[in-house]
Design a protein around this ligand. Structure first.
Ligand SMILES: Cc1cc2nc3c(=O)[nH]c(=O)nc-3n(C[C@H](O)[C@H](O)[C@H](O)COP(=O)(O)OP(=O)(O)OC[C@H]3O[C@@H](n4cnc5c(N)ncnc54)[C@H](O)[C@@H]3O)c2cc1C
Length: 320
């Protein structure tokens, strides 16, 4: 019996969200008296024994470059093999695009109950009950899983991890790798930007900024804070900003420690993608803007007057 954690990677390194998933899996293992093991697919350039610091005893690797690009069907079949070999009873993913493609397929293949978007450790004293967000983060549901194998995808930035001293054993896994049905012919990677889904701080702009020529108010602050940039949907729709920055119900869902919203009204569809942020700061000239209801801190004011002052103050602070 084991808890199996799928470790996701970017450019050969384990993602921060996977470290959360690893610690979460290790905590379930401690709770249920079993061990936490992990699996990594594709080329990895870092020393995986460090996963021991997050409570993982063994990391299985399938070090084949063919797995550097996600093919959900191929990934699913390999994970099913690893799950069987390790007698995994709980499989944990970070709730991201890879998990969205792979976890439901694995769930069907293993006849395993699946809960997506978990926000807390499962309650295991009476059955196996997982708490998750529902209705775009407006409510919680407690979902009971009663299958032998259980799959959980963990929302990012909901489980804080501590770093210990252990070292994980790294073990190559001899998987049967299917020939992929799809072939990636070109990849356009965005380089040099802080990843929106992994960022601690996100600075975001809306239609209140009037046009793309004013975006330095967002990007200058983001640069100073080491933050990622985001925008509301209409801003992406009218091509002021690229679509990969669009957050919300129909865009990317994020949960940074700090979300700064400038000239964004706070429509429910926008909030659906950002309301899991730990602290929300809203800058809007309309005191009735709905976003203020969700804000931890708010500035009622014209962004064109407020933002240069904030940027100057942060620059001043950083110069010391
Ligand atoms: C099915 C569906 C899905 C959707 N999905 C999404 C989604 O995923 N993400 C998303 O963002 N939206 C989504 N929307 C759109 C959403 O309903 C809103 O229309 C959108 O979020 C509004 O964007 P905005 O706040 O930038 O613009 P606006 O609604 O135009 O608001 C601009 C804000 O800027 C303020 N402002 C104006 N000038 C200034 C100034 N000088 N200084 C400071 N503040 C100023 C105004 O007071 C106002 O509050 C969706 C809509 C539908 C129907």
């Amino acid at each position: 019996m084991s808890i199996l954690i799928f470790l996701d990677k970017a450019d050969g390194h384990i993602r921060k969200s996977s470290l959360e998933a690893a610690s979460y899996g290790a905590a379930i293992a401690a709770q249920t008296g079993t061990v936490a093991e992990a699996i990594v697919l594709g080329t990895i350039t870092e020393d995986l024994s460090v996963m021991g610091k997050y409570g993982i005893s063994k990391v299985y690797t399938v070090d084949d470059a063919v797995l550097d690009e996600l093919d959900a069907q191929v990934y699913t079949k390999i994970l099913a093999q690893v799950a069987a070999a390790t007698s995994a009873t709980v499989i944990v993913f970070s709730n991201n695009l890879v998990a969205k493609a792979v976890a439901p397929r694995l769930s069907v293949r293993l006849k395993a109950g699946l809960v997506t978007g978990a926000v807390a450790l499962p309650a295991t004293s009476n059955g196996f009950v997982v708490k998750k967000n529902v209705f775009s983060g407006k409510a919680f549901a407690n979902v009971s899983i009663d299958t032998a194998v259980k799959i959980i995808t963990l929302n990012t930035n909901t489980f804080s991890y501590s770093i210990g001293n252990g070292a994980a054993e790294v073990v190559p896994f001899a998987a049967t790798i299917d020939v992929a049905n799809v072939k990636v012919t070109a990849t356009n990677k965005i380089v040099g930007e802080v990843s929106l889904t992994e960022a601690d701080i996100v600075v975001s702009g809306g239609r209140g900024l009037k046009g793309p020529e004013n975006w330095a108010l967002v990007t200058d602050l983001a640069k100073l804070l080491g933050a990622a940039t985001a925008c509301s949907r209409p801003v992406a729709d009218i091509h002021w900003r690229p679509h990969h920055e669009h957050v919300g119900q129909t865009g990317i869902a994020i949960a940074p420690n700090l979300y700064i919203a400038i000239g964004i009204s706070g429509a429910i569809q926008h909030l659906a993608g950002v309301n899991r942020s730990k602290t929300i700061v809203v800058i809007n000239k309309d005191p009735e803007a709905p976003f203020f209801k969700a804000a931890d801190y708010g500035i009622v004011g014209d962004a064109f007057e407020v933002m240069p002052k904030i940027i100057e103050a942060v620059r001043e602070l950083k110069s010391h």
